[in-house]
Design a binder for this molecule. Sequence first.
Ligand code: COA
Length: 416
Amino acid sequence: MSKPLEGIKIIDFTHVQAGPACTQLLAWFGADVIKVERPGSGDVTRNQLRDIPDADALYFTMLNSNKRSLTLDTKTQEGKDVLEKLVRESDVLVENFGPGALDRMGFSWERLNELNPKLIMASVKGFSDGHHYDDLKVYENVAQCAGGAASTTGFWDGPPTVSAAALGDSNTGMHLAIGILTAIIGRGQTGRGQKVAVSMQDSVINLCRVKLRDQQRLDRIGYLEEYPQYPHGEFSDVVPRGGNAGGGGQPGWVLKCKGWETDPNAYIYFTIQGHAWEPICRALGKPEWIEDPNYATPQARQPHIFEIFATIEAWLADKTKYEAVDILRKFDIPCAPVLSMKEIANDPSLRASGTIVEVPHKERGTYLTVGSPIKFSGLKPEITGSPLLGEHTDEILSELGYSKDQIASLHSSRSV
Ligand code: COA
């Protein structure tokens, strides 16, 4: 099966997570992604949090599948020459260095555009150009704090809290991938490349838009009816942390199931969707709530919401999270078990759909990774292992026209 991005050559000058997540996605869909890494060390994540001595860490392997690896010291003249050749032949260069690093290396956007006017340059930075923090280096949790996620996550009596989901890193990479694909389509119309820039702060803000919605509602009316603070607690002038409350018009909460005393994940998420009120009451053995004016409408229920959740928890006490969902699904109630990473790793449905896949690796044997969350009717992305450091250096140099002697000379000068 041919892949839609076949023929698109990408210089992957990325490291850690935000950039690699973007280029990995494009590689899955057929792009030739050439990961450019510093000779000797490579992407820092090859060595970080290792679980097998001397083998690439999972941090690296899970973000760099389907790529080729070229080692190149782009601070030597020989290395710069190789990069220039590559730039002339490529469609996209993706980078997420610290602010100014690419300029200091001699590859500013202006220079890249001069070398290849069709090239699309795609950049991730912590903050957008011109922002008063645009000189800062940024990692995941910094972005979650700067993007409004941390101030609105967690419980009201605890500190700002970061999410386990990589809202700053992988999320930014996904935004960048959309930007790159848009620029590729744009190039088809104009014949010219362009610079695509995404900041981690902006990407987090884009996912926090419902909290910006809430800030404006709070400014106008002084309370937020779907938050646990309503109606008994106090609101200040900023959106509070709402614990596990639902973010929309449907109240929800994480509820204990059988075994919660010893199993940290024996919980379900339960949503009280308006139209499901009657079946919920029947499922709980509370038919009198159906017509009771204190419970019959969402507005009437809100002041009692935690009493309702407590009643549901009492009903859940003798049911495992799986048993509970099996009952509740019959009543059309939006709910799911809280799944541990162990359960996700072994979930047969996720294995069958290709969302969780095992791939071979030359040093590690097989490893588990996340496959494409995007499913196509005409494409089944095949996930391959990540490359060893410099595994494809000679192959890529010879594709660029370097002779065996020239390649040997690049090796001996330690430029590759
Ligand atoms: N050959 C030679 N030099 C190379 C090289 C190569 N192949 N690849 C990288 N370098 C150099 C860079 O040119 C830079 O040199 P300089 O600072 O002397 O100009 C140097 O390596 C370090 O780059 P930098 O990106 O600043 O690394 P860092 O480890 O200090 O910072 C981050 C890491 C992630 C904090 C920083 O890259 C950053 O803020 N990136 C933007 C936001 C981002 O993507 N954050 C991470 C999300 S996971």
